[in-house]
Design a protein around this ligand. Structure first.
Ligand code: ZN
Length: 248
């Protein structure tokens, strides 16, 4: 029965993908519903508990988003960001985009976002919450304070994976960010591939990202994300999350 449910959920996932993916390698991370245990590479369950509702969320989630949400986000002490002009470019665009300079931990430490990503406020809020609540505390244990996060892309009016005739990417709506690596204050840099001694840290990061974001595509997913991790807030039926990110 368990295998039947797994098969059905996989069909659901493949039919609802924001970015169409090729057939999956057997050792890749499978699609999962939010707060469900994520299967590990060898098929065992990672077994994390459901995330409690955050008490320190940078801005509370709102169904409709909009001006008030952005105002509250920009007023938060946990983010350094400013509004940029509305973007309308064919099917692409963001009504109230923000440019994020840094994410600020509760102790005042600033983690720069390089280059400054342009995003919808809802994504900026979720990324900031992820960095403060999930990433920074785990990073502290392996390398101390994070100085900056290097990004590969944020708003970008293009098709999925730059393929001709593909659907509009979530990047074209300011609803996605590609992150390349983490640079610590010590100068140490950790990418998202997760090899060597960084593997347990990246595995933990992957778990939190897949719990929080609606789509997570990392190295080992589809050949388009080998040197970065893509996260977005694409809303699917049944609140389905897609998590594909294979550690080396
Ligand atoms: Zn991306």
């Amino acid at each position: 029965m368990r295998y039947i449910l797994f098969f059905v959920s996989t069909l659901f996932a493949l039919s609802a993908l924001a970015e169409p993916l090729p057939p999956q390698r057997p050792d890749a991370i499978e699609a999962l519903k939010p707060h469900a245990p994520a299967p590990s590479e060898d098929g065992r369950q990672l077994g994390y508990a459901p995330a409690p509702e955050s008490q320190t969320r940078v801005a509370p989630p709102l169904a409709a988003g909009g001006k008030d949400f952005c105002s509250r986000l920009l007023a938060s002490k946990n983010i350094v960001a400013h509004r940029v002009a509305s973007i309308h470019h064919g099917a692409c665009g963001i009504n109230t985009p923000v440019s994020v300079t840094a994410i600020v931990e509760d102790d005042g430490h600033q983690i720069e976002m390089i280059p400054h990503p342009i995003m919808r406020c809802e994504l900026a809020s979720e990324v900031a919450s992820w960095v403060i609540e999930d990433l920074a505390p785990r990073a502290q244990k392996v390398g101390g304070k994070i100085a900056r996060i290097h990004n590969a892309a944020s708003y970008d009016c293009r098709t999925m994976n730059h393929r001709a005739h593909a659907k509009l990417s979530e990047h074209g709506k300011g609803n996605a960010i590609d992150m390349r690596d983490i640079e610590f204050e010590s100068g140490k840099t950790v990418d998202f591939v997760g090899h060597g001694k960084d593997r347990p840290f990246i595995a933990a990061i992957r778990e939190t990202a897949c719990e929080r974001f609606n789509t997570v595509l990392g190295p080992g997913s589809d050949g388009y994300h080998e040197d970065h991790v893509h996260v977005d807030l694409y809303a699917r039926k049944h609140d389905l999350h897609i998590c594909r990110w294979r550690l080396r």
